[in-house]
Design a protein around this ligand. Structure first.
Ligand SMILES: *Cc1c(COP(=O)(O)O)cnc(C)c1O
Length: 226
């Protein structure tokens, strides 16, 4: 592949990794990016890659079979009828956005014999363009989610609405952390929010300031998606 692009990706990964606290996991969002770029990022030390589509992920995994220690993260909306496939190819699902999806994943996880890591996707502010729970609905679904014993429910994922001021974005991230603390204070047996998956290329510095433990970076590592 193009050496210049490869050097750029390597340099960006080095710079951003060095700037992040070591409590923060850098997840490279590789959706739409060719698998050679994933290989470059892997050689630069990245082991966590995020995708948003099932079929695209299957193709890339086939091309990267020799890289056996990659952790694959799903970050896009998951239709219930693709839940089984998702469990077969992703170790983390950040975009669990409804009780019905969680319950289906739980049943399938039992059948397949996997224990997926799960983030619950929350909308801190109203946003018609996004999936996810609003806070009161998430709180009232927790007792049912707690029954999903084959899921490792251990994180919250959020994406702020478009068009906010920086101070409002920071508020969204801080509120997400506080929501995690509220959930943990309820002492659920099967839900413990240890991960905050928040922060994309444009806002990850604010997310890190608010306590993100996973940042999902695409553009800033790989360049603009076509
Ligand atoms: C595409 C995407 C990202 C990465 O966005 P960039 O702005 O390219 O860093 C992160 N999270 C989710 C959920 C996405 O869909």
């Amino acid at each position: 592949m193009n050496t210049l692009i490869s050097q750029q990706i390597t340099q960006r990964i080095a710079d951003i990794s060095a700037s992040l606290p070591n409590t923060v996991r850098l997840i490279a969002v590789s959706k739409t990016v060719p698998s050679e770029f994933i290989r470059t990022a892997y050689n630069a030390g990245i082991r966590d890659f995020a995708e948003s589509r099932i079929q695209e992920t299957i193709s890339k995994q086939a091309e990267l079979q020799d890289l056996t220690d990659i952790t694959w993260h799903l970050i896009g909306h998951l239709q219930i009828n693709k839940a089984k496939k998702a469990l077969q190819i992703f170790q983390w699902i950040h975009s669990v956005d409804s009780l019905a999806l969680a319950q289906r994943l739980n049943t399938l996880a039992f059948q397949i014999g996997v224990h997926p890591h799960i983030c619950l996707q929350v909308k801190i502010l109203p946003d018609d363009n996004k999936y996810g729970w609003i806070i009161p609905e998430l709180l009232s679904d927790l007792s049912s989610l707690n029954e999903c014993q084959y899921l490792k429910i251990q994180g919250l994922m959020t994406i702020p609405p478009l068009g906010l001021e920086n101070s409002q974005i920071l508020n969204v991230f801080n509120s997400t952390r506080e929501l995690g603390a509220t959930i943990n204070s309820q002492n659920w047996s099967n839900i413990s929010i240890e991960e905050l998956s928040m922060g994309m290329s444009g806002d990850y510095l604010m997310a890190v300031a608010a306590g993100a433990t996973m940042v999902r970076l695409g553009t800033t590592l790989f360049g603009q998606r076509s």
